[in-house]
Design a protein around this ligand. Structure first.
Ligand SMILES: Nc1nc2c(ncn2[C@@H]2O[C@H](COP(=O)(O)OP(=O)(O)O)[C@@H](O)[C@H]2O)c(=O)[nH]1
Ligand SMILES: [Mg+2]
Length: 293
């Protein structure tokens, strides 16, 4: 995975620095910054417009020059070279374009790099697709609203990675979507909307994480098991977790019982209770951390 991006000026000053590491990786790459600073000695020699990639021990570096700056993408040695170079090329093009606009508008350099960091994020961070699936009425839309923060939470502490803070509301036709940074959460109703059934298979296969939502009644959980078997058939390797929603209702089975019927981990939720937002975001964060490991 890509772990950092740096933009340095001709004098070797770091103008933009952004790391994309998760927990454990930090120590491994802590020397990176010093290394990059040292690398700046080479800048005067980096005249060419090409993109080059080199591997140094556990690191893979792609670099290029643009507008008297050097742009460096750092990844672990397993990262695909072409993926890095493709992203770097895009960043370079956007950098040149944005610089031009900056000059026209007279924007301060500091402001420029702050703004450009957002552009870089969009390019670097691979989007994560999460599908909330289940029968009608189990609480998917309510969960999505809770994720979006539409129900005011009693207490809000961001539990996902620092990137995942801007909440953008995107509605695409029939789909209900929440966007949290690079994470896209989409709702699919299993019952009804027959015309969308054909897309189901494709969508599920394109998802990184599927969350099967149940209302925790025995009938619904047993029906959802059939849905789970279908998902498994379509996408055998996808990460599927379950929500045992409506835990506040007297007929709700305990999450453990739901887990047992489904054969996968079921988290107890109450989507109408804003205090569950944090728990739900934490579950998503954990699942995401696992898949991008
Ligand atoms: N008691 C209770 N009601 C819930 C819960 N989550 C959702 N609901 C209600 O269940 C109904 C259906 O929810 P909705 O999110 O529209 O279900 P969807 O069809 O899966 O999108 C709505 O009236 C919600 O307010 C919950 O955890 N507890
Ligand atoms: Mg709904």
């Amino acid at each position: 995975m890509i772990v950092a991006i740096y933009i340095l000026d001709k004098e070797g000053n770091i103008k933009l620095e952004k790391t994309y590491m998760i927990n454990k990786q930090t120590s491994k790459f802590s020397a990176l910054r010093n290394f990059i600073s040292a690398l700046s000695i080479l800048i005067p020699e980096l005249e060419g417009e090409d993109i080059e990639t080199t591997t140094i021990k556990d690191l893979k570096l792609s670099y290029t020059s643009a507008n008297n700056h050097i742009i460096i993408i750092c990844a672990d040695k397993f990262e695909d070279k072409y993926n890095m170079e493709r992203k770097l090329k895009e960043i370079k093009e956007r950098f040149i374009e944005a610089k031009k606009q900056l000059l026209e508008k007279g924007v301060q350099e500091k402001q420029f790099f702050k703004h450009f960091t957002n552009i870089v994020d969009d390019i670097i961070v691979t989007p994560v697709k999460i599908s909330l699936v289940g029968y009608g009425g189990v609480g998917k839309t309510t969960i999505l609203k809770l994720i979006r923060g539409e129900t005011p939470p009693k207490e809000y502490k961001p539990t996902l990675s620092p990137n995942i803070t801007t909440i953008e509301d995107v509605l695409e036709g029939q789909l209900e979507v929440a966007k949290l940074g690079n994470v896209r959460v989409v709702v699919w109703d299993f019952a009804g909307q027959e015309q969308f059934r054909a897309l189901w298979n494709l969508w599920i296969r394109g998802s990184d994480i599927v969350i099967l939502v149940t209302d925790s009644t025995r009938k619904n959980v047993e029906e959802s098991k059939i849905l789970l078997d279908l998902i498994r058939e379509w996408a055998p390797h996808i990460k599927v977790i379950a929500f045992a929603n409506k835990q506040d209702l007297p007929e709700a089975m305990k999450p453990e019982e739901v887990s047992e019927i489904l054969g996968i981990k079921a988290h107890g939720t109450i989507a109408i209770d804003p205090s569950y937002r944090e728990k739900i975001l934490a579950i998503l964060g954990e699942a995401i951390a696992e898949i991008v490991k």
